[in-house]
Structures are given as structure tokens and as C-alpha cells.
Design a protein. Sequence first.
Length: 240
Amino acid sequence: MEHPILFISIILEKIGMPVPHGPVGDTLLAKLVSPHMTYTWLVMAFLIIMPKLTLGKMEIIPGKGQNFWELVIGGLEGFMAENMGKEGARMMFPMLATFAFYILVSNFMGLIPGFFAPTANINITLGCTLIVFTTTHILGVKFHGPKYIKHFLGPIPWLIPLMFPIEVISHLARILSLSIRLFGNIMAKETLLAILFMLAGAYFAPLPILFLGVLVSVVQALVFLLLSIIYFSGAMEHAH
């Protein structure tokens, strides 16, 4: 749910760019500057600039910024290692950490009036999900080769005609569950906040939903990360 006035839309209008969903909203350029795209770039800029500003130069005796990032990165790496082993965590950490930070910051961005959460758009969540889905099966083939097919055949040969279609459908269902879960929760948060801001004002009435929105933002980022770890771990382990 987009706010009635979007921060990015005001900037685009001032510099003479087409504003999405306006009179020139059907052009290719307008689609490229649509809210879920422009706010994605804003999230990317934030994730690039903020660590550089807060981290500074690496020191033997860390300062506050370095302590914070060491705690966050170390905790995230440890969480992954517990769930998918040290080797898997070391290999997949860059991708999974990027997803975790991107989704978390995107979710939080929707809590600011005039801003839009990119994860409230199905195109963003579906894109992230397809990357996870494709990577899962690439890992399966990488670790097991042709034997990866055993993950889909079940434990008993005579159950193969039943288990194979069930396993294929369950893997395809991951695309819907992972993308729609994130999109639906963040979209619901955005919609509820927008309604409250319009009906009850911009001060005390929306505060309970804002606090709930913070919780939802953290939980949904954690759920996406945990499910991705489970999928990767399942593809890398031996079939039983």
C-alpha cells in the first residue's frame, strides 16, 4: 500500500522525471522509477553508505561502530553455522546476509510516513524467492550431482510414482509460500498504517500498529532467512 504522498515521487516531480501512477505512468521510464524500484535503490544506498560511515577504519581495539557490526555479523554467521554447518554457512553467508539486511531495512522503511516498503510489492518478494529457489537446486546438483534426484524419490522404490510428484509440487509451492508470506504481511502492515493515518491522524492512534509493525518487520526478515537456510541445508545434505 503506497502512501498518498511518496517522498521519492516529490523528488522525481521536482527534477522533471515522470511520477509513477500519474499522467505519464505508463512509459518505460515511469516503470523504472516506480516506488518498489526507487525505494529498493534507496535501501541499497543505505546499506552501502551506513556501514562505511559507522564502521570507519578497522582497528585492533574496536570502537563502537566496529563493535556493533562485529556483533551483528558474528551473530548472523553463528546462527547460520548452527543450522547449516560451518562449511555451508561460510559459503552461503554473503547471499543470506544480503537478503537478511535488505529485507529488514525494506520492512522498516515502510514504517516511515511518505516512504514505501519495497517488500510490500510482489515483484520484489518473488524475485528474492526465485533466487533462493534456483540456488537451492544448484547447491543440490553441486553437492550430489545426478544423485540429487534421490531427494525427490522417497525412501522406498515402489513409492516413487507417488512421492516424486508430491516432492515436485512441494518444491514449487515454496515459491508461493516464501514470496506471498513476506509480501502479504508487509502489505497488510502498510495498508493498516495508511488507513489509520487517514482516519485517526498522524500522532497517537497509529502508535500501537507502528510497534506491531516493527515486530512484524523483524519476524518476517527472520522467517525468510530461516526458511532459506533450511532449503539450502536440505539440498546439501544426503538423501535418506
